[in-house]
Ligand binder design. Structure first.
Ligand code: NDP
Length: 244
């Protein structure tokens, strides 16, 4: 049975490409009123051509003032998917300040900030809300060249738990999805080397990477009333990587 989000208002960040875009499309097709936030205008234009009901916000999530104004004016929302992130892989000894700052700002700071804005509105409106933060298997396992990425995703998992604790009394649920590699642009940039990807696939009991739809389905489940008693949890979409 398909989930229905008829009439629900949803904000999806990083919705121009990849997983975020697929989530925005799936929510819109399931009846939600979707606002898609991303950085590149051309991506948002093609998304709204594909799905005419979707509203778009073209913003850099690292710009706090712009986010405050635009997200504040676009709300309120009942559903929030914090999906945008950057993955700039560098050996630990070569991590740059700019990669660190950018990753902290987008992968962690923006999730905190957007969630504050959206949750305050949820509370003011008295609506039951659901927030899904897109984390990664990298939050729970050390991966070579991922010092900054693993750390920001680990911080995101913990942020989600504290949010779940503090927002629970307001009937707002907060969960994460933690996928293994998905062959989006981000996945292709970092995992196209056949030797590197084979080594990862060998550690995944199901023997393959995740598909975009695997991640979309889990996000929709956690946004829906089918997971009404689930908050503060991390749903692995890792083919068993974590237990291997
Ligand atoms: P993509 O790089 O394919 O897409 C990311 C989207 O986020 C793009 O539309 C991008 O816009 C947008 N975005 C990035 N930074 C900003 C910003 N500062 N402000 C606004 N929008 C921004 O990534 P995926 O779809 O692969 O990843 C989605 C999520 O899934 C991320 O949180 C990622 O960490 C996570 N994930 C991905 C995995 C993978 O292997 N692909 C595995 C596990 C987790 P633009 O291109 O214009 O910058």
């Amino acid at each position: 049975p398909h989930l229905s989000f008829r009439g629900r208002r949803a904000l999806v960040t990083g919705a121009g490409k990849g997983i975020g875009r697929a989530v925005a499309v799936a929510l819109s097709r399931a009846g939600a009123r979707v606002t898609a936030l991303s950085r590149t205008a051309a991506d948002l234009e093609s998304l709204t051509r594909e799905c005419p009901g979707i509203e778009s916000l073209c913003l850099d999530l690292a710009d706090w003032e712009a986010v405050e104004a635009a997200v504040g004016a676009a709300g309120p929302f009942e559903l929030l998917v914090n999906n945008a992130a950057v993955a700039e892989l560098q050996p630990f000894l070569e991590v740059t300040r700019s990669a660190l700052q950018r990753s902290l700002d987008v992968n962690f700071g923006a999730v905190l900030h957007v969630s504050q804005i959206v949750a305050r509105q949820m509370i003011a409106q008295g609506v039951q809300g659901a927030i899904v933060n897109v984390s990664s298997q990298a939050s729970k396992r050390a991966l070579r060249d991922h010092a900054v990425y693993c750390s920001t995703k680990s911080a995101l998992d913990m942020l989600s738990k504290v949010m779940a604790m503090e927002l629970g009394p307001h009937k707002i649920r907060v969960n994460t999805v933690n996928p293994t590699v998905v062959m989006t642009d981000m996945g292709r940039i970092n995992w196209s080397d056949p030797q590197k990807s084979a080594a990862m696939i060998n550690r995944i009991p199901l023997g393959k990477f995740a598909e975009v739809d695997d991640v979309v389905n889990s996000i929709l489940f956690l946004l829906s009333d089918k997971s009404a008693m689930t908050t503060g949890s991390s749903l692995m979409i890792d083919g068993g990587f974590l237990v291997s």
